[in-house]
Design a protein around this ligand. Sequence first.
Ligand code: NDP
Length: 455
Amino acid sequence: MAKSSSVIKEVIEKVKIKDTAQPEFFQAVEEVLTTLEPTVSKHPEFVKAKIYERIVVPDRAILFRVPWVDDAGEVQVNRGFRVEFNNAIGPYKGGLRFHPSVNLGILKFLGFEQIFKNALTTLPMGGGKGGSDFEPKGKSDDEVMRFCQAFMRELFRHIGPDRDVPAGDIGVGGREIGYMYGYYKKIVNEHTGVLTGKGLSYGGSLIRPEATGYGTVYFAAEMLATRGQEFKSKRVAVSGSGNVSQYAIEKVNELGGIPITASDSNGTIVDESGIDANKLAFLFDLKNNRRGRIKEYADKHNVKYYEGKSVWEVVKEHGLKVDIALPCATQNELDETLAKGLAAAGCYCVSEGANMPSDLNAIKIYQENNFLYGPAKAANAGGVAVSGLEMSQNSMRLMWSREEVDAKLLGIMKSIHKTCLDTADAYGKKGDYLTGANIGGFIKVANAMLAYGIV
Ligand code: NDP
């Protein structure tokens, strides 16, 4: 036991020293490796081959300059990145994020998480992530197009349908994927499955836009069922108002739950009567077509708006009653204090639509309060799972129906839920979804790495 602790501790310490300026990456490594502890004594072959030490270093991280010209004719320069973390079980796969906060550390955290998430989906996909510090908010369509083209002018040489297949993430939706794919097709002269999240008319999959939000709710429903519960009549707090949040809200409504919150980086709305299908249609239009702010929802529907506050601050400060929480905006939304606020609000289930929205102290609070806690790499894996199905359809040159893809998505989410529970059980951590997800994903990748020898 002492030996196993020291193996994991040494790797964590090394990352802390070597990757000092990358706090999010260190946080993700610490979270994953700590839960891998029970694998060390069971798999001496992993220790011998230094799998733990190898898996925290990306295969490669590509960094590039993205120069483009804005509407005023001025030259702008952004940073572009692609972290190809691990392709042991399939081509690198993971989204592109366009947000001013993007840096190498954030993309390494996302790429690292993606390795285990993708392994859990049962599909053959490795882990990667990329993006830019470009801010799409406030830019014209023409500027976004010129930026996407400039970004692809370099990225194209690193990606390919059997090599690395990017998708969307924060700030990268259908519009951006369209511009990037159009440019790739132009310069490579191939119509191929090199990006996912494509439009339906040019190789996209039905249910891909819905997949992450729907999957997060499917996963929560599976967790609730273990306690004989369901979404019906439950008050659900959702953060964010982008792609993941929108479809999480839609599915909560379908299952009879009451989504009562949404937010953006300016503030939070609380709609006590529920964001129903009509109000959600307004939200879709507001965010996807008009690219407006969430405050407009409050003005239009005469509900409360809290400027500068996150959903979780509002829950805590205003004693909002919440049964289920779906954090769907960004990393580190929830810390210890805000998690305590959730517990005080009566919440007992957290299913993470966003990546790493809860920090390590928040997770401790969930565990102490016996929450049903679905960690991101399991709960939001529906998005990349349907991206994997988009790759399959592209390779086969055919298109499945909406019902077929949704049924496959539901099946995959159920399978991930089962893997988490079975794995946690097998490693002496019954009911611990976090440990189950991390070990479940890790074992598959580690076995593949072992098979390849030292490469
Ligand atoms: P979108 O860009 O569509 O929406 C992001 C939402 O979160 C917006 O409402 C945005 O507000 C808000 N947000 C982003 N950053 C911050 C911040 N720093 N503080 C407060 N609010 C913020 O992104 P997605 O919905 O695609 O992604 C949301 C999360 O889900 C991310 O963590 C992403 O990694 C994760 N995810 C996404 C998948 C997908 O398929 N899209 C797959 C798996 C995970 P504003 O508009 O004001 O910035």
